[in-house]
Design a protein around this ligand. Sequence first.
Ligand SMILES: NC(=O)C1=CN([C@@H]2O[C@H](COP(=O)(O)OP(=O)(O)OC[C@H]3O[C@@H](n4cnc5c(N)ncnc54)[C@H](OP(=O)(O)O)[C@@H]3O)[C@@H](O)[C@H]2O)C=CC1
Ligand SMILES: CC(C)(CO)C(=O)C(=O)O
Length: 325
Amino acid sequence: MKICIFGAGAIGGYMAAKLAQAGADVSVVARGPHLAAMQANGLRLIEGETDTHVDITAEEDPARLGPQDYVIVTLKAHSVPPVVDKMQPLIGPETTIVSGVNGLPWWYFHGHGGPYEGTRLETVDPGNAQWDGFGPDRVLGCVVYPAAEVSEPGVVRHIEGNRFSLGEPDGSKSERAQALSKALAEAGLRAPVRPRLRDEIWLKLWGNLSFNPISALTHATLDVLCTDDGTRQVARAMMVEAQQIAETLDIKFPVDVDRRIRGGAEVGAHRTSMLQDLEAGRPMEIDALVRSVQELGRITSIPTPTIDTVLALVTLRARVAGTYP
Ligand SMILES: NC(=O)C1=CN([C@@H]2O[C@H](COP(=O)(O)OP(=O)(O)OC[C@H]3O[C@@H](n4cnc5c(N)ncnc54)[C@H](OP(=O)(O)O)[C@@H]3O)[C@@H](O)[C@H]2O)C=CC1
Ligand SMILES: CC(C)(CO)C(=O)C(=O)O
């Protein structure tokens, strides 16, 4: 089974290192100093007290790797549409594309059923680049739970978690999903195949939608913004709007909104990924985490006044930082 991880930064690098250590046929596509370090010295993974090193095939040009059984995409959401053409040499007739990206996935309404079946989402797939360039039938969904970072070029530091939930858009327990689940399990990762992956997508998105932009606007850590009276109410209002949209789309939340906010607070003094991106001068995943939910509100005719307000503020914040068009 040939697996290529496209965008092997924090999450992709963690997966790649675990798969390579387990003897899987895995390669990575990367760029810049991180790529140069992996090519020169291999990939180093620091997990708690364990510090390992593995040689890995790392390329900038996918054409040097050829067609794969699985391409696992672990880019930031906004980085995917521009590389659809570049990824084509990795894609053969049987290639499965695994979308390990936060936020609402571009394939959301593929295999969804009902009146919204096949609806395209402009906020996460402008111009249908992924829908047309990959084809939704190739896609296997994935919700990424671990936290990791590239601590220096060629070095990935795992912070916590090892679960990558997988799920077919139509909820079936396909052979391709089970085969990848097995390969990831052999690498020491948990990869259950879920019949209702969209429920998990929403449970994660619920927090990212609200906590992440509020943290970018306030520079507060999760424990603070989830317990401060004012920001907790803003987050809660955004989450209630999102819940109305999600439930219209037949999503089932296993916890209520206040439990979810308490869960955020319990993570502790964490700087959300959006705050980390803002502080590092990188683009934030505003479209995939926030604007996509506003788009779903428009599609389902559900008003999103609080989401609209926070989205306007964080968009302007990004523009002022020079990281959003
Ligand atoms: N990190 C975490 O703890 C978690 C992340 N996630 C999600 O996982 C996804 C990936 O995040 P994360 O791993 O943190 O992101 P990273 O930025 O660490 O990794 C993405 C990598 O892709 C590289 N890249 C970007 N464009 C290209 C290109 N055209 N060709 C080759 N390489 C490219 C980036 O290089 P460069 O640095 O040069 O841009 C970077 O090394 C995101 O959606 C994120 O929200 C989910 C849960 C936790
Ligand atoms: C904030 C958190 C932990 C969950 O919403 C997260 O996933 C992020 O930092 O992006």
